[in-house]
Design a protein. Structure first.
Length: 117
């Protein structure tokens, strides 16, 4: 699976995904830092990449209908520190192969994952 890692995630997230056999690219590698959300989504659509982010704006299905995207994964964590984010992502990785991501919005919380069409 191919992922785009938003600028609000630690760069180590790329390595975690790659070690699990996924293709991962960073928003910052394409000089997309600080760009509007719509630009980032557009690049993800063009590249057919699943966006992984902490930005709850991407959880708005009216603005970003899941069916129009390769997938959006929003980490909704109490603590956005590096350790918490990487731990959450580590627990999420096995699920990525078990459930469809394409055309879905995943909202990942500490104790559960909600998947919306």
């Amino acid at each position: 699976m191919e992922f785009k890692i938003d600028e609000n995630l630690p760069i180590e997230a790329k390595q975690l995904l790659q070690e699990a056999g996924h293709d991962a690219a960073l928003v910052r590698d394409q000089q997309l830092e600080g760009k509007p959300d719509s630009d980032i989504v557009s690049v993800c659509q063009h590249e057919n990449r699943v966006l992984i982010t902490l930005d709850m704006d991407f959880a708005d299905i009216r603005a970003y209908p899941p069916s129009q995207h390769a997938g959006i994964v929003v980490l909704r964590l109490k603590h956005g520190d590096k350790v918490s984010v990487l731990s959450s992502l580590s627990h999420l990785i096995p699920m990525l192969s078990a459930e469809p991501v394409k055309g879905h919005l995943w909202i990942v919380e500490k104790q559960r994952v909600r998947i919306r069409d």
